[in-house]
Every structure is written in C-alpha cells, then in structure tokens.
Design a binder for this molecule. Structure first.
Ligand SMILES: C[S@@+](CC[C@H](N)C(=O)[O-])C[C@H]1O[C@@H](n2cnc3c(N)ncnc32)[C@H](O)[C@@H]1O
Length: 285
C-alpha cells in the first residue's frame, strides 16, 4: 500500500529524532520523506548519497517503526520496456518475494524483477467501480495483473484478456490468476500486444503504459466490439501537452471509428512537474 502522508511524516519524525546527535545535523533534512510498501517490503526510490554510510541503520529503524515492514530496499532505476527494477537490499532479510494485498486481490510479486505502483491504487478502485456487469476487458499491458486482476476478483461477471510480453511478469500473472481463483475468467496471453491483442471482443481496453505507439493504439481500437472505452495512460506536464488527437487522427487512416467523448483524469503525481493522467476515450465503429 501507499503509506499515507501522515504515517510517513510520523515515521520521518521518528527517524529524525532517533538520528539526532548521531549524524551531521545538515543530513537530518535529507532523510527521505517517503517509501512505498509492497507486501512487507518497503521500497525507497531515492536516498540522498550523503546518507550512504547510515542507510542500513535507517532501514533497521524503518523495520522497527513500521509494523508492516520486514524488508527494506532501494530501487535505483528501472530498465527497458519491461521496467525491470534494479534494487539494493538495505535492511532485513535479503528477500524480494512478497504477497501484496489490495481490493481483496492477492499479488505474488518479486520486487527485484517487476515494478508495481502502489500509487495506482486509486486507478484500480476506479476500474472496479467503472466496469459494468458482463463486460469483457482487454488489458494490453497486464504485468502481474496490476490493473485488471482486481476487476475480475471483485466482479464475478467480468472476463479479462491480459496480454504481457515479459516472461517473468507473465509467470506471476498466471500464478496470481490461480491464487485468486479466477481461472476461466482471466485469460493470460503471452507476447507482444501488437500481435497478440484479440480483435472485436472487448467493451473496454486498458493501455497502462506510457510509451505506446500508433500500432498499439490501432490494436486497441480493433479489440473493441461495436463501441467501447479505451483507457489510455500517459505522462504529461501540468499543462497537459497530450496529443491524443494526433494519435486518433493517424489511427483513423488505418481503421474506421469515431470518438464519442474524451475525458482526461489525473491518476497521480510522478514528480514535481510531471503528472500521470488517463484519457477515457469512448469510441464507436
Ligand atoms: C508499467 S507496466 C504496467 C502495469 C500496469 N498496467 C500498471 O499500470 O500498474 C507495463 C507492462 O507492459 C508490458 N509490456 C510492455 N510492452 C509490451 C508489449 N508490446 N506487449 C505486451 N506487454 C508489454 C511490460 O512488460 C510491463 O509488464
């Protein structure tokens, strides 16, 4: 879960109080003000270099102060289109496997192989509440079921096709489908969604990836039955420099459809200047 800011403030205060008098006072302000928690693993995304020599001590204190946490790691970066994380163990067991629970859904995950954004919790809730009974959903970037597994778990009338190209993520997706007992309603499909996206079956397509191309957008349109929704995720600055019109215009050269409405929602802040948005696009063929 994403720790709420009050919890984090309390933990940061406790860390500062514990380290007062033991480190250079100028470093007290550099103590990170947040981490995300996946299962029982706390993930720091950036720890100031000045704190390198006391990182392990900070990790031990987090385990002491935060009852949810038994392992502390730092995620240094993510690599390739699979967003493979590079992590460093800071405190607790050297273990990257955990089970994360959200919206009644269990996600087995290895945080050294796969990223999972607790900041998308609101989006998971949005999808559970927005998808209508009996719908067929196509998740073109399924990962371990991040956005689409909770929909199936919380609504027994929904069917999902989830496409994933990374074998590590796909294996966890299959494990999670079984763990949540939704075999038969969640169909995992291994491979590149430019080739594997099923056609003409979906009421709704989720495109939860920031670097989509025109082929993928065309595949999303192809996947929709006569009418339906495309949820297109993107990163943009506050002034919304998102050119959905360009994407739609190029796609219209390839397939026939019309856009009935487009609404843009804020999903989360990713940095002081960048926002993760989702465009909810209603199309009809
Ligand atoms: C950032 S994750 C998104 C997970 C989820 N949608 C979310 O928002 O939490 C993107 C996933 O898409 C997968 N992916 C990237 N390109 C793909 C492609 N062409 N076909 C299928 N999967 C792809 C990656 O392996 C990764 O697991």
């Amino acid at each position: 879960m994403l720790k709420d800011s009050l919890d984090l403030m309390k933990i940061k205060n406790k860390l500062q109080n514990s380290l007062k008098g033991k480190i250079d006072p100028s470093l007290l302000d550099k103590i990170p003000s947040g981490y995300s928690v996946i299962g029982d693993i706390a993930i720091f995304h950036h720890i100031n270099e000045g704190l390198n020599s006391i990182k392990e001590h900070i990790g031990d204190l987090v385990i002491q102060f935060d009852p949810q946490v038994s392992v502390v790691v730092e995620q240094i970066e993510t690599k390739s289109i699979y967003r493979k994380p590079v992590i460093e163990y800071i405190a607790g067991e050297k273990r990257a496997l955990t089970i994360h629970k959200e919206y009644n859904t269990l996600f087995h995950i290895d945080v050294s192989k796969i990223t999972f954004s607790p900041g998308n919790k609101g989006e998971r809730g949005f999808l559970i509440n927005t998808v209508k009974n009996g719908e067929i959903v196509c998740d073109m970037f399924a990962c371990i079921g991040n956005l689409s597994l909770p929909i199936v778990v919380n609504n027994p009338s929904i069917t999902v096709y989830g496409i994933e190209a990374n074998k590590d993520a796909f294996d966890f997706l299959k494990k999670n489908i079984k763990e949540n007992d939704v075999q038969g309603r969640y169909h995992p499909v291994f491979g590149d969604n430019r080739i594997k996206t099923p056609e003409g079956i979906a009421n709704r397509v989720i495109m939860g990836f920031f670097e989509t191309d025109i082929i993928q957008f065309t595949k999303a349109v192809d996947a929709i039955q006569n009418e339906g929704w495309i949820h297109h995720h993107f990163i943009s600055s506050r002034n919304l420099n998102y050119k959905i019109e360009d994407m739609i215009k190029s796609t219209k050269n390839k397939v026939k459809f019309r856009v009935e409405s487009t609404e843009i929602r804020k999903v989360k802040k990713v940095s002081p200047r960048l926002i993760h948005h989702c465009a909810d696009i209603k199309i009809r063929k």
